[in-house]
Every structure is written in C-alpha cells, then in structure tokens.
Design a protein around this ligand. Structure first.
Ligand SMILES: [Zn+2]
Ligand SMILES: [Zn+2]
Length: 374
C-alpha cells in the first residue's frame, strides 16, 4: 500500500474524462489515484491539447492500454500538463508539497537498453505495465492515465520545476518545446551559426523556430501556408518566412542560402511533399529531423539524400531530459512560448477545446484546459 502525505485535504474522488468508444469522451468521477514508490500526486492546473491527443481519441494509437487499443478501459488521455504537487509517495524527498511542476510524458520502464541510454521515449517496453506483462512503463496520456483530469500521478523522473514567475499556461508548453529541443540535440546538437529551416508552423514547428534561434542559429527560415502562423514565427525569431502557397519553399531556401541549402531542416509537417522538400533543401552533409509522422506511406527521393550524404533522423517525443533544457531557455526568457497559446477552457468544456484544436477555429494553435475550473 502506498501512502500519500499531504497538507491539503485530498478528496477521495476526482473529475476525469475517460475514453469510451472512438471519439466518445465522458466526464466521470474516478477514485483519487495514489502515488506509489518514486511517484507524486499532482493537482493539474493546466493541460494543453496536442494533435496527438486528437489521434488517440479518434483512432487509438499511439496510446496502448493493457496491450491493446485504449477504448472502453476507463483510460484518461491528455499528456501536456503542469500542476502543483499535493501528495508524495513513500520515501519521495526530491520534491516538496506545494511545488509547481511541468511533466514530461515518458518515464519509460527504466530497465530496457533504450531507457538506460536516456532514450526513454523509445522504450522497448512501451505499454508494458499491466498484469502479466508489467515492466513498469509509464507514458501518461498514452499508456497510463493522463491530464484531462483534476489530478494525476507522475513518476519523479518526469517532473520539471516551474519558476515562480512563469504562468501555468506557459509551463504547460514546456513539453512541446522539449520535443523540438530533443530533435535538435539528437541531430548532434545545433552548432551556433548554422542555418535551420522549419517546415510547418504548428506548435512544434513554431517552438522549433524559437529553440533554434535561442541556440544561436545564424539563420532560421520558416515555411508554411498560414499567414497568421508565419507572423507568430517571425515574432519567435524566424529571420525569413516563406508563404508556401505563393513561393516554392525549395527554391526560396536555396536562394536564401546562396544556392547551397540549409544545414538543418526540421520537418514538422510530416507529408510526402514536406519530406521531399526537406531532402531537396538540405545541403550536402546536412541533417533532417523528421518530427512529425506521416499518416500514409511516403515515396521519397532517397537517391538524392544518399548522393548528398544527407542524414535523416526519426524523432519520437522528448527524450534525454530535453524538457529540462527547454525549461532552462524558457525560464531565462529567451523566447515567449505563450505566443502560440490562443484559447483557454474549463474542464467540462474539453470537447469544445478539442474541437477548437481540431478545426483550428478562430486561429487556434495551442488550446489550454484548466482542470480546476469547471
Ligand atoms: Zn503532445
Ligand atoms: Zn524502457
């Protein structure tokens, strides 16, 4: 039995959304989760909606519960959240009650080869946390209960301290920033002075611009089709923006880089077109980070990539403590992540929040839900 210590009274139940059939979420009362060894109980103060939440709710994967699809198992999605520690598992002294924390998604299993290398987002025991196959894997909102609820239990390895001066909404964006940070560091580390192209001004792409610029990139180029998002990209540090509805992004990048192409290309669009554009606009020996996943098989100009010694890196999530590095830049005020926060809803309005994110209503980019508000 785990023991939760607390200075504030923890109610025996909480409000949480659970996923029934595909696309069917229900707000229910769930028993209050209890933190076990190396875990804390978090009162969730803000949770951001991510495109991957929309996929999980509609199709299931990459969520995996009890070895199968996440439907009708009382599973609570939501993975980009922050809150206040209100309960400590036995022997937890790394954190104190009342501390504000953001969370990384993946704790991993901690016992496989990849986890031991710090690549816990690529854990070899993904989803193995149920009776008969319990390796202790944790990825809240994917393989364990997540943040569309008033409270959640998190492993201490997933916590990132939030400075007092940072708002809840900004702190909830740290995972998004951490994902691009992981991408850039997995490419071997962004060397100051190099050129970076970001394809696709979604939340990850926009914060990719900000992170690349903060790490000293000489020239950051953002390509996309929505003028309002390109404008935010400029505010986050893009030196050049390309309106892909009017200009061919490959030609534009070649002309901005003296015909050579960019050192790094971050593909945050994940389409056949964007992957091929990335290959054609990367210079010889350059590197491409594939940060978005295509939904269909894609055909790429592999010969061009091979002939030009172009490296392709598949990136999953926010490994190797990238979230801590992203938080360091955000704490230092190196960029304003809240520029991508467009809408806020209370817990009972989650379906409306999801609709805004899915249909990009009213220019929605990052939609935030505050679970302590009705
Ligand atoms: Zn996400
Ligand atoms: Zn593992």
């Amino acid at each position: 039995m785990s023991v939760a210590l607390s200075v504030v009274a923890i109610p025996p139940t909480m409000r949480a959304w659970v996923l029934n059939d595909p696309g069917d979420l229900e707000l229910v009362e769930k028993p209050m989760p209890e933190p076990g060894s190396a875990e804390v109980l978090i009162r969730i103060d803000a949770v951001a909606v991510c495109a991957t939440d929309l996929e999980v709710i509609k199709d299931g994967p990459p969520a995996r519960i009890n070895g199968g699809l996440p439907f009708n198992q009382g599973f609570t999605p939501g993975h980009e959240y922050m809150g206040t520690i209100v309960g400590l598992g036995p022997d937890v002294d790394e954190y104190r009650l009342g501390e504000r924390v953001s969370v990384e998604i993946h704790a991993g299993c901690g016992r496989c080869k990849r986890c031991r290398e710090g690549m816990y987002t690529a854990c070899l025991n993904y989803g193995a946390n149920y009776e008969g196959n319990d390796k202790g894997h944790r990825a809240n909102g994917f393989t364990t209960d997540g943040g569309f609820a008033q409270y959640a239990v998190n492993h201490i390895n997933t916590l990132v301290r939030v400075p007092e001066s940072m708002t809840d909404a900004e702190a909830a964006l740290v995972v998004t920033a951490g994902t691009t940070m992981y991408g850039l560091t997995e490419l071997g580390g962004l060397v100051a002075g190099e050129s970076v192209v970001v394809l696709g001004p979604g939340p990850i792409g926009l914060l990719g611009v900000a992170i690349a610029k903060s790490l000293g990139a000489a020239c950051v180029i953002l390509s996309g089709t929505r003028a309002d998002r390109l404008k935010i990209g400029s505010e986050l540090g893009a030196d050049h923006t390309i309106d892909a509805t009017r200009t061919d992004p490959v030609e534009a990048v070649l002309s901005l880089t003296g015909g050579l192409g960019a050192d790094y290309v971050l593909d945050c669009a994940g389409t056949e077109q964007s992957v091929n554009q990335a290959i054609k606009m990367t210079n010889r020996g350059g590197k491409i980070c594939l940060a978005a996943f295509p939904h269909e098989m894609v055909s790429i100009d592999l010969a061009h990539a091979v002939r030009n010694n172009i490296y392709l890196y598949g990136i999953r999530g926010e490994g190797r403590s990238a979230t801590h590095r992203a938080m360091a830049l955000m704490s230092a005020g190196r960029f304003d992540a809240t520029l991508i926060h467009t809408h806020t809803f209370g817990l009972s309005d989650l379906p409306e929040a999801l609709r805004h994110a899915r249909e990009r209503i009213d220019g929605a980019i990052k939609v935030i839900v505050r679970p302590q508000d009705n």
